[in-house]
Ligand binder design. Structure first.
Ligand code: ADP
Length: 398
């Protein structure tokens, strides 16, 4: 079974005398059958990493293995891979059958083998009955399915897909996402998928590889990246809207920020000491108006806030809160120390410009080392139970 392994892969470009490190000492171990998404902002090295796997670029340093073979210096055609790109380059003068079978015909496969593979691939991507159509007679989604079928007939060990859905409209994208998941199940093959869209990565992947500035930040299942991000970059990149970040300092058993303090259970945050500069990370869904958390609201935990903008989304309301004397309106991009974005129940009785108190679920608070960005802990206390009290509070009530 074909595993894919990158060992210390580095790719440097000479950009008019300046050295650009597009991929920086990348190590990856991908099992047969895994669906892996490379995700990260534009320019973080996703495509270059993919190109080194495809053989379109030779790494400056490091090795790439597919199965037991060292493919580092092999041409693309000898690697057992097939590629699907964002730009669906179909031959306009060829019908679907000829487009799908082009590569096989070039390699002189026997006609009955070509027929078998084309029919099988057309069946998988649901293009039966359309093999005689010309590309101009098809929708964007159908054309992308032809491109995928063209990859399937090669029966590759590894599929490489570089933003294959980027040019499709939002509704079709969601539909094709489900199709790709079905395809992955049916083909039982390894898929490496490049996207800048963290939502696409969350829904498709077995594991997400988060990249920034050419280096791998974390590779883990989507929910692990969401719930236990290794550093500030992953925490801010995964999740929409983004996690709130507030800078603070450790004082005794509290994290003190400009507008509020949070107590922490020292057993959950090993290794921090008084005076340490830390950054608190809180997802919008882990902040509540205090009225909803009455039973746990220790007055010291209540944070004074004023609603700035409300955005009703249907299934939730995004409430942009200003803390302290915060006067400025916040953007959805990133909260500063005076602002918090809270996601609340759509039935909540809340108005713009309302003064209220909010409470943060401390069991969901992340703590990062401000200087290095590394995660320290993903909880400041034991989780709240179904009655809305912590386990230690439940015990002390008994
Ligand atoms: P992504 O796919 O994440 O947007 P890329 O892998 O395309 O990022 O690019 C990573 C970095 O390498 C960028 O800074 C880009 O400008 C640079 N780069 C990519 N290809 C070349 C090249 N052929 N010559 C010089 N620099 C390049």
């Amino acid at each position: 079974m074909a595993k894919l392994k990158l060992d210390n892969v580095t790719k440097r470009y000479d950009d008019q005398g300046d050295v650009v490190t597009a991929v920086d000492d990348m190590n990856l171990d991908i099992d047969h059958g895994e669906f892996i998404c490379f995700v990260g902002p534009s320019g973080c090295g996703k495509s270059t990493t993919m190109e080194t796997i495809a053989g379109l670029t030779i790494p400056t340093e490091g090795t790439i293995h597919i199965g037991d073979r060292d493919v580092t210096n092999l041409p693309p055609k000898d690697r057992g891979i097939a590629m699907v790109f964002q730009n669906i380059a179909l031959f306009p003068h060829m019908d679907v059958y000829d487009n799908i079978s082009f590569g096989l015909r070039l390699r002189d496969y026997p006609t009955d083998e070509i027929d078998r593979r084309v029919e099988h691939a057309a069946d998988i991507v649901q293009l039966e009955g359309m093999l005689g159509r010309m590309p101009e007679e098809m929708s964007g989604g159908q054309r992308q399915r032809v491109a995928i079928a063209r990859a399937i007939v090669r029966e590759p060990d590894v599929f490489l897909m570089d933003e294959p859905l980027a040019n499709l409209d939002a509704k079709l994208k969601v539909h094709m996402r489900t199709e790709l998941q079905r395809l992955h199940k049916e083909l039982d093959t390894t898929i490496i998928y490049v996207t800048h869209d963290q939502e696409e990565a969350m829904t498709l992947s077995d594991r997400i590889a988060v990249l920034n500035s050419g280096s791998l930040q974390q590779i883990a299942p989507p929910l692990t990246c969401y719930n236990e991000p290794d550093n500030l970059f992953v925490a801010g990149f995964i999740g929409s809207p983004s996690m709130n970040f507030v800078e603070g300092t450790v004082e005794g058993d509290s994290i003190v920020t400009k507008n509020f303090s949070l107590d922490y259970d020292p057993s959950t945050a090993d290794g921090i000491a008084a005076g340490d500069e830390v950054t608190i990370g809180i997802r919008p869904e882990d902040i509540y108006p205090s009225a909803l958390r009455d039973e746990v609201s220790d007055p010291s935990e209540l944070i004074d806030a004023r609603t700035d903008i409300l955005e009703p989304m249907g299934d939730e309301i995004f409430a942009y809160m200003l803390l302290g004397e915060g006067e400025t309106s916040m953007s959805q991009e990133q909260a500063t120390n005076d602002q918090l974005l809270m996601s609340i129940d759509p039935d909540s009785d809340i108005d713009e410009d309302e003064q209220l108190q909010v409470v943060i679920d401390r069991s969901k608070v992340h703590l990062f080392d401000t200087a290095t960005g590394e995660a320290i802990t993903h909880s400041l206390e034991a989780a709240w139970n179904s009655e809305g009290v912590t386990e230690s509070e439940a015990e002390s009530d008994d």
